[in-house]
Design a binder for this molecule. Sequence first.
Ligand SMILES: N[C@@H](CCC(=O)N[C@@H](CS)C(=O)NCC(=O)O)C(=O)O
Length: 210
Amino acid sequence: MGIRNIWLDPAVPVILRSSVTSPFGRKLRMAAIELGLADRITREHADTLDAQDTLRLQNPLGKLPCLLIGDHVFYDSWVILDLFDDLAGRDRLFPAKGMARYHVLTRAKLADGITDAALLMVYEGRFRDSLSPRWLDHQTGKIHRALADFEAQPPAVRADIVGITLACALGYLDWRAPVAWREDHPTLVTWFEHFAQVVPSFSQTERTNA
Ligand SMILES: N[C@@H](CCC(=O)N[C@@H](CS)C(=O)NCC(=O)O)C(=O)O
């Protein structure tokens, strides 16, 4: 049976394993709302540090988000975003084909790289007894260069893959504060505020609202 038929079968549970705080999980929660898929999905908390959590059986990497559609297991967030776009009929989150698809995906990956680097900085504090300033500088450089790029070329204010990914990255920077970003990026601050106004799924997936 094709994935669309399975999705449409109400007897098949669809479960998103994610915390409410995960910026990668938030991308999926936002995308699901924007694409009209959210009612079909039940979020089930997962704890990446809990060795007994079934997450490690579902995804041997022990990472979230992870999507369960009946017996089918999908990770990581990029695979699931592609699946969502397919279920929504394509061309919703990103162009289905052509050069535009790869340009859009590259911008979105740049935004996601901010979150990747920020998360590594947070993990450095969480998992190591003594922090490596060199490693933290290395990650900070990635974040600053990516922010400078978006400051010079902000994306359209819309809930496509670039907007969603960038908003989740900036939201994560605001929350965890691995770097101070607002003062030096006024265009991005304006972009972020505008995005939050016109894309309600952003505030709907705020960890305090979820
Ligand atoms: N590239 C992955 C990254 C997922 C990721 O790193 N998730 C974090 C939570 S926000 C995680 O599971 N960390 C636990 C670990 O790395 O063991 C994706 O986009 O899904």
